[in-house]
Design a protein. Structure first.
Length: 262
């Protein structure tokens, strides 16, 4: 839900604000690329990768490296900026929900998370069709389109609307579920009080770029997220995969984890 407590922008450090400003420029550019794209063919380099994924990646990585940030991108792996000390890196999903984008569905995003000393510090997730922009700075709250957001009120599973990746083997007793196809936006929707939770019902199919920015946004909005197997979600190896579960509150998170574990 939107909060009316006012903006925390004045509390954000100059360095973190500069990161957010750069992320905003990147997301504006990636949205332009997606809007102008007319080729939704496969890249031919790996399964599930579109040619436009590479075009969007080029925008993200180029701007980040030019600004002196190391990058971990879904599409191009780890790249180091000249003179980097290795203490920080931007985790980047250039185009989350690329199949949605190819179908003209307005549920695709660029997701960026600046990680400093292995701790997520600054995040942005931008819906490239609607322009909705979610941001967070560690210990400074979360925003949607510049307005502070909070998770929704605690909801029992039988009244919850749960976003999912994949499909469970049985009905868990939720009120409704949605399989939207872009984890970054799914988890961001939990942060703003839309969905009550998110569950990956598959096993280890998400790279850190799929969820890390949104997890910081969610936590800053009062929610929480875990890996289904209890591992750290902040993992900075390109080949690493996780199984994220997110919720607006601990009670629902525990219920979702238990249901998934059955």
């Amino acid at each position: 839900m939107d909060s009316t407590n006012g903006s925390t922008a004045s509390l954000i450090s100059t360095a973190d604000q500069a990161t957010l400003d750069l992320f905003a420029v990147i997301c504006d550019r990636t949205a332009e690329v997606v809007r102008a794209n007319a080729d939704w063919g496969a890249s031919g380099l790996r399964d599930g990768q579109y040619s436009v994924d590479l075009d969007v990646d080029e925008v993200c990585v180029g701007l980040l490296l030019d600004a002196g940030y190391d990058v971990l991108s879904e599409e191009s792996g780890v790249q180091r900026a000249p003179g980097s000390d290795g203490r920080s890196i931007v985790v980047c999903d250039p185009l989350d929900g690329s199949t949605n984008a190819s179908l003209g569905l307005p549920w695709c995003a660029t997701a960026l998370c600046h990680v400093v000393d292995s701790q997520p510090q600054v995040a942005m997730v931008t819906n490239l069709v609607t322009g909705d922009r979610y941001t967070a700075v560690k210990d400074r709250g979360a925003n949607r389109n510049g307005r502070p957001i909070l998770v929704g009120a605690p909801t029992p599973l039988d009244d919850a609307i749960v976003a999912m990746n994949g499909l469970p083997a049985e009905h868990w007793g939720w009120r409704q579920f949605r399989a939207m196809g872009a984890a970054a936006l799914d988890i961001a929707a939990v942060a703003r009080g839309g969905f009550d939770g998110f569950v990956d019902t598959t096993t280890d199919s998400h790279g850190v770029w799929d969820y890390l920015a949104s997890v910081l946004i969610l936590e800053e909005a009062g929610g929480m997220a875990i890996d289904a197997w209890g591992r750290d979600l902040t993992v900075l190896e390109h080949e690493a995969r996780r199984t994220p579960i997110a919720a607006s509150n601990r009670a629902l998170l525990d219920v979702l984890l238990a249901a998934r574990s059955r």
